[in-house]
Design a protein around this ligand. Structure first.
Ligand SMILES: Cc1cc2nc3c(=O)[nH]c(=O)nc-3n(C[C@H](O)[C@H](O)[C@H](O)COP(=O)(O)O)c2cc1C
Length: 205
């Protein structure tokens, strides 16, 4: 019997009502058995994060996903506040801080710039794998199993509907496969992006 993992999506979009891509990705997985979508801006409009509640949510799940639009090559502000308050020494890291050990961690992100812009020769000069290194280091410090971001790029232009549908369906398949232990995690960790080669990662249902 395959393992069933519990997945927590920490969703951070300060303008959710205007969101297209994050809303579509969220909509694809919200309500799935084993998946909890936790909207940080909706829960904490004043940024007064309930640390005990957030830590318990983390403990209750096997996979932690930070879903957000890329803002200034980083995350919207509430994610930093969440990290600062929730991932404390002695709980998330340090000799006795082993609460997150072994959990899978990755970002689901959307970016205005396209794949060409996020390359050494492109206008942003750096790849997304490089720009997301601080969260990779955070996952490492907390002894979590890091995977590269599931990234939808080029959303400054409205994506053609077939591309949007393909991203949403790929995300749905990825979340199901993670939940049901049908994903090759070692291969996934070596990819540029989690969605660079989904067909090779996901096993049969
Ligand atoms: C304050 C702000 C900062 C942004 N910074 C970046 C950025 O650094 N790189 C980028 O590619 N897009 C950037 N964008 C574009 C957003 O990533 C893009 O609008 C978002 O991913 C669209 O997703 P949505 O349809 O869910 O809103 C930024 C947008 C805003 C409002």
């Amino acid at each position: 019997m395959p393992t069933t993992r519990k997945i927590l999506v920490l969703f951070a979009h300060p303008a959710y009502k205007r969101s297209k891509m994050n809303a579509a990705l969220r909509g694809a997985v919200e309500g799935l058995a084993g998946v909890t979508v936790h909207d940080l801006y909706a829960s904490y409009p004043d940024f007064l994060i309930d640390v005990a509640k957030e830590q318990q949510l983390c403990l209750d799940h096997d996979v932690l996903i930070l879903q957000h639009p890329l803002y200034w090559y980083s995350t919207p502000a509430i994610v930093n506040e969440w990290l600062d308050l929730v991932l404390v020494h002695g709980w998330a890291y340090g000799t006795d801080g082993r609460a997150l050990e072994g959990k899978i961690f990755f970002e689901t992100l959307t970016a205005g710039g396209d794949a060409t812009a996020y390359s050494a020769a492109g206008s942003n000069h750096f790849t997304l794998r490089e720009l997301t290194l601080p969260l990779r280091a955070t996952a490492n410090l907390c002894r979590m199993r890091w995977l590269p971001p599931y990234a939808v790029l080029g959303v400054h232009r409205d994506l053609p509907s077939d591309q949007l549908t393909a991203h949403v369906s790929g995300y749905f398949q990825t979340i199901l496969a993670l939940r049901d232990d049908r994903i090759d995690l070692e291969r996934a960790a070596s990819l540029e992006l989690l969605n660079s080669a989904l067909g090779d990662l996901i096993g049969e249902e």
